[in-house]
Design a protein around this ligand. Structure first.
Ligand code: FES
Length: 147
């Protein structure tokens, strides 16, 4: 994670801690504390991994059978928002055909999080692009296997 990423992540954590003391945790904090689908699949059919311009690195692994994503996991070295976005992207991808999963966009990924700070608006884009890279890698592998 970049120094800028660490600093903004720390600011978010401080802001969220203050909010938490005043009421229920925000969706970002809920995903940060208890993300779904975290980890790396054993023997995945494909993996996408991207380091964003901020320095955060996201990885999404997929289990694919008959053109459908059966399972999906993520790992993030980065901010709380990117972790939440990767968790949501992995969940949205599960059960979808590859073409449907490709169409998952940043608005769908960010939706459950509500308001995202302006300096973190690229986090759902990173999740979208990492998922797409995993799909693209799989399609390329399949193409190579058949030729
Ligand atoms: Fe870059 Fe979140 S700060 S992905």
């Amino acid at each position: 994670m970049s120094a800028a990423g660490a600093s903004t992540s720390s600011q978010i954590q401080t802001r969220e801690r203050e909010k938490t003391q005043a009421g229920p945790p925000s969706p970002v904090v809920q995903f940060w504390l208890g993300p779904h689908n975290e980890g790396l699949l054993d023997h995945p059919d494909s993996v996408g991994r991207i380091t964003g311009p901020c320095g955060d690195t996201m990885e999404i692994s997929l289990r694919i059978e008959a053109n459908r994503i059966l399972d999906s996991r993520f790992r993030v070295r980065g901010c709380a928002v990117s972790k939440a976005c990767a968790s949501i992207a992995a969940a949205l991808a599960k059960g979808k055909e590859l073409e449907e999963a490709w169409d998952i966009n940043e608005i769908q990924i960010a939706g459950p999080l509500g308001e995202i700070p302006p300096d973190h608006r690229h986090c759902p884009l990173l999740a979208r692009d990492t998922l797409r890279q995993a799909i693209e890698n799989y399609c390329q592998q399949e193409k190579n296997r058949k030729t």
